[in-house]
Write a protein that binds this ligand. Structure first.
Ligand SMILES: *Cc1c(COP(=O)(O)O)cnc(C)c1O
Length: 392
């Protein structure tokens, strides 16, 4: 069923976006692969042309902190994939978070955020923004009314992450966006888990969609990058303010690597998703596992919402092992031959992130292990899991 859905979204002219859009080959010797315009600045033959370019910095080329042709090609493709009017590429997902959030608030304003957002989003809202008198209320985002109840006259921003990347709680995007619009509140979603291929928040009315492009979009564990997608108006405003001031620029070389990564995004996601479904079918039957967090699992009370908002299964889930002994859990993790112990996810390689690396041995979450399924053959991963689970 998921497979059929997947084919449908690939047919939505994503092929054109990924392979043709913004590729002006006549400008570069009909080369199939685009050039890396590795330059910091751009020269003009006349003062008048220079003046015109400076007055239109976002669309012309003045200086690579603003606009660079290789980076711009990527921005156009990312915006089109998102169904957004415009996109800014930045140097990391954290930069996408900080630039976009700060762009929407002034001193005295209030933010409502889902509880436990990505670590550095949380740091921004709990440690940095309070220094400028911007305060945040964190709510359980699975319940719509929590947003309504947390709303104050000075609320300017609702910050979402659906699903989040440990326990995969969702928010009802259409309902929240509709409520926010009526109150003049901006909505931002960190859509890194889904990518535009799985979930299009703009269709639900969300204003700004941000990414850690380090994860699925780049997908080869060799570039750190971020993206901010939204209306022309909002993106232009961010460009002239936070983007140019904070200067978290994505280098042309890294934009080029990302352009290359985009060519294979649909097949990478397809492989990871199909393997994940197979692996989950196996894990669901294992007597060694207490619980699995995954949006499409039958025991997820938000499964219906996941099916409504997300177009396909993605490659990350969390297990709670029955065995709570930290040394046994470590042994399990270290025995897995095809899963690296590491942060991040979305690359070619399968990963695990054991909670016991971060919490004490008595912590109630000590038995949680997050899995990311990469591009290895599913059977190899299954065999590996079967052998290692035997240690528990
Ligand atoms: C990794 C991650 C980020 C941060 O992105 P970087 O590219 O590492 O700065 C933000 N949100 C989510 C959900 C992530 O997984």
């Amino acid at each position: 069923m998921f497979y059929v859905q997947f084919i449908e979204i690939v047919n939505m002219n994503q092929s054109y976006i990924i392979n043709q859009l913004a590729e002006d080959r006549e400008k570069y010797f009909h080369a199939v692969a685009p050039p890396i315009i590795q330059t910091s600045n751009f020269a003009y033959p006349t003062v008048d042309e220079f003046t015109f370019a400076i007055q239109n910095e976002k669309d012309e080329h003045i200086y690579t902190r603003g606009n660079n042709p290789t980076v711009n090609m990527l921005c156009q493709k990312m915006a089109a994939l998102e169904g957004a009017q415009d996109c800014l590429m930045v140097g990391s997902g954290a930069a996408a978070i900080s630039n976009s959030v700060i762009s929407q608030v002034n001193a005295g304003d209030h933010i409502i955020s889902v509880k436990n957002p990505y670590t550095w989003a949380s740091h921004l809202m709990t440690k940095i923004l309070p220094r400028f008198n911007v305060h945040t209320t964190f709510v359980d985002g699975t319940i719509f009314e929590n947003f309504v109840n947390a709303c104050k006259p000075e609320t300017k921003l609702i910050y979402l992450e659906s699903p989040n990347s440990w326990t995969f709680e969702l928010q009802d995007l259409a309902k929240i966006a509709n409520f926010a619009k009526k109150r003049g509140i901006t909505t931002i979603i960190d859509n890194s888990y889904c990518t535009a291929l799985c979930q299009k928040p703009i269709d639900f009315g969300i204003d700004l969609v941000i990414y850690s492009a380090t994860k699925y979009y780049n997908g080869h564990s060799d570039v750190v990058a971020g993206a901010i997608c939204g209306s022309k108006e909002k993106i232009t405003q961010i460009f002239h303010n936070e983007f140019m001031t904070f200067g978290n620029v994505l280098a042309p070389q890294n934009a080029w690597l990302m352009l290359r990564s985009l060519r294979t995004l649909p097949i990478r996601l397809k492989q990871s998703s199909e393997s994940t479904v197979k692996i989950l079918d196996f894990l669901k039957k294992s007597p060694k596992i207490e619980r699995i967090w995954y949006p499409f699992n039958d025991d997820n009370p938000q499964k219906a919402l996941a099916l409504e908002q997300m177009k396909m299964p993605m490659g990350m889930f969390t297990l709670a092992l029955k065995n709570r002994d930290a040394s046994a859990i470590k042994k399990f993790c270290e025995t897995l031959q095809n899963f690296l112990i590491a942060v991040s996810w979305g690359g070619h390689e399968s990963l695990i992130m054991p909670k016991c690396a971060f919490v004490s041995e008595n912590d109630p979450q000590v038995n949680m292990v997050r899995f990311y399924i990469g591009l290895e053959e599913a059977d190899i991963l299954l065999e590996d899991l079967e052998l290692s689970l035997a240690f528990l």
